[in-house]
Ligand binder design. Sequence first.
Ligand code: FES
Length: 168
Amino acid sequence: MSNNKVTRRQFLSYTLTGVGGFMAAGMLMPMVRFAIDPVLQKKDGGDFILTDLAVADITEEPTRVDFNFEQVDAWYSSEVTSTAWVYRNGDAIVALSPVCKHLGCTVGWATDSAHPDKFFCACHAGLYEKNGKNVPGTPPRGPLDMFEARESADGLLELGPVVPNTLA
Ligand code: FES
């Protein structure tokens, strides 16, 4: 007779441990998957957003372009409207962010009659040149950021991530 006999108590203990572990894993796996789900999501190609503006219609006069995109923040997604000031600079398309570098108000082109050729922030009378450079002596301490910009296959303007101003 062998001494390796499994007692009824041991058999029950092994069986309950195995079944319990299996059930615990079955409950935990969906929770872990849910917790890290945003990390596992595949991003669709590119960060550029298509606008309604035809590149052929862009002039040297800054024009306000509103565009919508879906913003995903972990599990929460929402439709966001943003704005760019777009104009042509030779062959290049310039798309400036409207966010004032002082305290974040929205700037407008030629909205101050005393400075018809500048971006103006009405919150504290901030001024920027056409290329986004902040005018010394006004509150902003840096130039307006800019969007990466390109032309789509259909000839429409696409706007990409906000990057530091390279013109000012
Ligand atoms: S927020 Fe634009 S000047 Fe202050």
